[in-house]
Design a binder for this molecule. Structure first.
Ligand code: ADP
Length: 309
């Protein structure tokens, strides 16, 4: 396979063109998603994420540009490109009286997977639903239904799996389980594309992240590189005695007190070293009982980038 599982060139989408409610959702987007990656697509509500993945999945028609999935152009080879992708949608919609195993068999039928090649039970096992294979779907918990959605997207063994907000509304424990499963699929060779609102999820899972805002890609780079871009770190100092006022440390250093009386110092570590900060703390005659640092997360990067855009 080539280096990129997905290649997007000058992709445009305008909803309701020429009408009073015309809406440009994608502004000539170009994007390459490397084969074997876990690729995160982040952006605020209305940014264009769903439009983008729905075009990739062949569910929404584009207005311009080119998209190829696993080397197949979606216009020239629609069948092959669609067969190369599995989509785990956001909404859960199952027939309540349909057992999971039937759901998968039906989906496999839709994709033309021959009976001899179907692995419905194996997939249910992989997502932890083997013991529910013959239960009514309506009797599955919310988390189980999400896993069933994932199972459905896998019946035709697609090399690329797209997850639209996979853990929205899923509790913390189950979220971890789903992350583990996504990582496992990826380790076995599946390229994963996911949209998420949870920055923590993107930070934990994705090798590379593209941020989309108002229909434009505003950044696309390896996760660590993105995190390194923000020159900000936080130091949390617990003083031996409660401070009566917030000390002033000078330019580029932002100090505040939290509700427990800890001194919170935000500073740019690439410009000011930690020793300099600590000596300033001493200058203020503050005795330190405890000290901790907090790394900058994707949240700050995201806010900075979407605000600037
Ligand atoms: P996201 O998934 O990032 O929240 P969407 O792709 O759903 O963003 O939406 C991008 C923009 O396109 C939004 O302004 C949205 O209102 C608009 N949009 C999405 N779907 C349609 C549609 N079917 N008809 C008209 N406008 C739409």
């Amino acid at each position: 396979m080539s280096q990129n599982a997905i290649e997007i060139k000058n992709l445009e989408k305008t909803y309701n063109p020429g009408k009073h409610n015309e809406k440009k959702a994608l502004n000539s987007i170009s994007l390459e998603i490397p084969t074997g990656s876990i690729f995160g697509l982040l952006g605020p509500n209305g940014a264009g994420k769903s439009t983008l993945i729905n075009i990739m999945a062949g569910l929404v028609n584009k207005s311009g540009g080119n998209v190829s999935i696993w080397g197949f152009d979606i216009d020239k080879n629609p069948r092959q490109s669609r067969a190369s992708i599995g989509v785990v949608p956001q909404e859960i919609n199952f027939d309540p009286f349909f057992p999971p195993i039937e759901s998968l068999e039906q989906q496999a039928g839709l994709y033309g997977v021959p009976k001899s090649e179907r692995r419905s039970m194996e997939i249910l096992e992989a997502v932890g639903l083997a013991d529910k294979a013959y239960a009514y779907t309506r009797d599955l918990s919310g988390g189980m239904k999400r896993r069933l959605l994932m199972a459905k997207a896998l019946v035709h063994n697609p090399p690329v799996l797209i997850l639209d907000e996979p853990t929205a509304g899923v509790d913390v424990k189950l979220r971890k389980q789903m992350w583990d499963y996504v990582k496992e699929l990826n380790a076995q060779g599946t390229t994963i594309v996911l949209t998420t609102h949870y920055l923590e999820e993107a930070q934990e899972l994705c090798d590379q992240i593209a941020i989309i805002n108002h229909g434009n890609i505003i950044t696309n780079e390896p996760t660590q590189q993105l995190l390194d871009r923000v020159d900000s770190k936080t130091l949390i100092i617990t003083p031996t005695k409660l401070l009566s006022k917030i000390p002033v440390f000078g330019k580029k250093i932002n100090a505040s007190l939290d509700e427990n009386g800890n001194l919170i110092i935000e500073y740019p570590p690439k410009q000011i070293g930690i020793m300099e900060i600590l000596s300033k703390v001493q200058d203020h005659k503050i005795d330190i009982k405890d000290i901790a640092t907090q790394e900058t997360g994707l949240e700050e990067v995201f806010l900075q980038l979407t605000e600037n855009a």
